[in-house]
Design a protein around this ligand. Structure first.
Ligand SMILES: Cc1cc2nc3c(=O)[nH]c(=O)nc-3n(C[C@H](O)[C@H](O)[C@H](O)COP(=O)(O)OP(=O)(O)OC[C@H]3O[C@@H](n4cnc5c(N)ncnc54)[C@H](O)[C@@H]3O)c2cc1C
Ligand SMILES: C[S@@+](CC[C@H](N)C(=O)[O-])C[C@H]1O[C@@H](n2cnc3c(N)ncnc32)[C@H](O)[C@@H]1O
Length: 639
């Protein structure tokens, strides 16, 4: 996923027919386009019928090539909301190589007031056009749109079912095969088959003979049926019955990783830790209808997540690597989350030219996946208008405000396994709570104080890293600074709406090694000096300018990416119903946002909203797997 996305500018034939100048074809016809799409795709695959007549089915999954202007999605979304029961969910997985600019979609849907009840939701959440997966949560979490931006050939093989039974209804809608044969290649059909329900049903407007032959050669069964209106015919396609492979084989073929026990309807979850991680996963689970209790020993955001201001920002490397890719996915997700939760932010980060950390951001941006609209080159450096600052504590508190989330202030010291589920106890051995699943989101406390006794948690390769910020009073010149100035450290502009005070925040130190007795003083002096050097407005700062300091501890993994997934013992023995959400390092604001979406999807047996090859760098058992691979482990069946 290392290529930038090429968005398409829509054109219109008459006023309501969207036209692609690239493919020289229309997306749909103004007259009867809605009826035609409903007839071919929603009715042709049996999706319409299923929503009405399968009250016992909890999950519906639709797949599509390509997303285009989103008409099929909007029709399916609307139909689902109108005809399904409140406890039923829809996942819609779609791919698009040439997505449409948001303003063109706004213009298109302003011409279709009949779709406004659903188009508004899509437009509200429409992602920044970066390659890879975007997971959009609509209608309070009942409908999930996983929009993959990029080429279907590359992205379908990256879909990770993680125990989900696969796609049941397929919309094969890649323009006319004569204009776009690429979307009808047998390699694509084979990769659709891999992620499909046995007997999944697909539909297409085309009956081109070479497309039919290619499908039949792969074991698909074709049924022609009358076309819509004046068109002679269209087709439905029955997928091969072979059950898709749902076990994930690791690269070392000797190690097979089995699926964990997923949440079932009515299960309760305890999340230990009320920081950015704990509140994010609690929210993602509550959005899926699960009762979730946060167990927090002090107060929400008491530890690392309690700074008055924190940054959400890009993290680039000269060539995309797992960290830059995960940062990008999480940043995009966070931007949607902040909008949904109406979090107060101050936007604008200026990455100073002299970054002092050896990274050439200008060069990195040229090869990055961010669209050009995402940054501006300025004399002093590079400006990111969509990145910014927020109050992490407020974000935690807002995430935790949900009717299905309860907060218990207690310290979890023991997690006792029962036949199904757990009893959580405090240090005195008194019961705090019974629950079916536990998520460990304890941050650095786990490593630093070890109050929670759990032999497997103490085996994890995690490290606590001290960090400090100082809050300094403004000068008459510094008051004029309107964005955060960032290089290896940062200084924030005055943002009383976020911090509740009229101070700048200067941060943050990174102390992995021994902490000295006078570390606070040493760090304060260091941060002051950095602030002086960053901008002339701060050159007169003295120690007397420091109003307060704050120290926190990050929890870091050896590869600087979070640990997401089930708990494993060192020999890769799966600890069912125990889950990890740890290791946010210096990026808890962004990393917790998408990490929670990925973990909740995994826990609920949903299709994962992340590319399989990036998932390899996030999954909780990766460190054990890497070790086992090195020692060429014997055949091992896990579970
Ligand atoms: C100085 C500094 C500046 C930073 N700046 C930024 C920034 O600008 N942008 C950014 O994205 N990130 C920043 N970070 C990183 C970010 O703060 C962390 O990644 C994030 O806060 C981690 O969140 P967490 O929920 O995993 O951990 P924590 O915030 O530490 O939360 C864990 C919680 O679990 C509770 N807990 C632990 N054990 C138990 C138990 N047994 N029972 C009950 N409760 C328990 C703790 O009380 C705590 O509240 C900064 C970090 C520091 C230290
Ligand atoms: C007819 S349009 C889809 C209309 C869409 N289903 C809707 O309801 O609006 C076909 C789409 O397929 C996309 N497409 C074509 N080839 C593709 C490929 N190889 N990978 C991903 N998308 C592709 C095109 O860019 C185009 O947007």
């Amino acid at each position: 996923m290392d290529k930038r996305i090429t968005p398409v500018r829509l054109e219109f034939q008459e006023t309501r027919t969207p036209y692609s100048p690239m493919f020289k074809d229309v997306y749909f016809q103004a007259e009867q386009g809605i009826e035609e799409s409903t007839y071919i795709y929603l009715n042709g695959t049996g999706f319409s019928e299923a929503c009405k007549n399968r009250p016992e089915q909890k999950q519906f999954t639709v797949g599509e090539i390509g997303f285009g202007v989103g008409l099929n999605f909007l029709l399916s979304y609307r139909h689902f909301l109108e005809h399904s029961k409140p406890d039923q969910k829809l996942t819609y997985l779609s791919v698009e190589k040439y997505p449409i600019h948001l303003e063109d979609l706004v213009s298109l849907y302003s011409r279709f007031p009949e779709l406004s009840s659903v188009s508004k939701d899509l437009l509200d959440q429409y992602p920044v056009l970066t390659p890879g997966f975007h997971s959009l949560s609509l209608s309070g979490g009942r409908v999930k749109l996983i929009l993959m931006l990029g080429d279907a050939h590359e992205l379908f093989p990256q879909v990770e079912l993680a125990g989900n039974p696969g796609i049941e209804f397929w919309y094969l809608d890649g323009f006319a095969p004569s204009r776009n044969p690429d979307a009808f290649q047998d390699t694509i059909f084979a990769s659709l088959s891999r992620i499909s329900f046995p007997n999944a049903c697909g539909a297409s407007f085309t009956t081109a003979s070479w497309v039919r032959r290619s499908l039949e050669s792969l074991g698909f069964k074709i049924n022609k049926r009358p076309g819509f209106g004046k068109k002679r015919e269209c087709m439905t396609v029955l997928f091969p019955t072979a059950k898709p492979e749902i076990q994930k084989k690791s690269k070392n073929a000797k190690i097979i990783v089995e699926n964990p026990v997923f949440l079932k309807s009515g299960d309760s979850i305890a999340v230990i830790g009320g920081g950015l991680s704990g509140t994010a996963i609690a929210r993602a689970l509550a959005n899926r209808g699960f009762k979730t209790t946060i167990i927090e020993q002090e107060s929400i955001a008491a530890h690392a997540s309690g700074n008055a201001i924190g940054m959400y920002n890009t993290q680039l490397s000269r060539l995309p690597n797992p960290i830059s890719r995960y940062s990008q996915l999480s940043l995009m997700h966070l931007i949607r989350e902040l909008k949904e939760l109406s979090i107060v932010t101050k936007k604008g980060i200026l990455r100073l030219e002299d970054s002092g950390d050896g990274a050439d951001y200008t060069e990195a941006l040229l090869t990055s996946e961010y669209p050009e609209s995402f940054y501006e080159k300025r004399d002093e450096g590079i400006f990111f208008p969509e990145c910014g600052m927020l109050n992490p504590k407020k974000l935690c508190e807002t995430r935790a405000q949900h009717p299905l989330i309860t907060i218990i202030l207690a310290r979890a010291a023991q997690v006792e396994k029962q036949k199904y589920g757990f009893v959580l106890k405090n240090e005195g051995g008194s019961e705090i709570l019974r629950c079916d699943h536990v998520v460990y989101a304890t941050g650095a406390s786990q490593v630093r104080d070890g109050f929670l006794k759990h032999p497997m948690l103490s085996e994890l390769p995690l490290k606590s890293i001290r960090g400090q910020v100082i809050y300094v009073e403004p000068t008459s010149e510094s008051e004029k600074i309107s964005c955060a100035l960032v290089n290896s450290g940062y200084i924030t502009p005055l943002a009383p709406e976020i911090t509740g005070s009229r101070n700048h925040c200067v941060g943050a130190t990174y102390q992995a090694k021994t902490v000295l007795d006078d570390q606070e003083k040493i760090d304060s002096v260091k941060l002051l000096e950095e602030a002086r050097q960053k901008h002339p407005a701060f050159s007169d700062l003295t120690e007397a300018s420091i109003q307060s300091t704050r120290t926190g501890y990050r929890l870091s993994t050896p590869d600087k990416l979070p640990m997401i997934g089930p708990l494993y013992a060192s020999e890769l023995t799966l600890q069912n119903q125990e889950w990890l959400f740890l290791g946010m390092g210096s990026r808890g604001i962004t990393f917790s946002s998408y990490g929670a979406e990925i973990l909740a999807s995994l826990m609920c047996g949903e299709i994962l909203p992340v590319e399989a090859d990036l998932w390899e760098h996030l999954r909780s058992q990766r460190f054990i797997l890497r070790k086992l691979k090195k020692t060429s482990a014997p055949v091992k069946k896990l579970g």
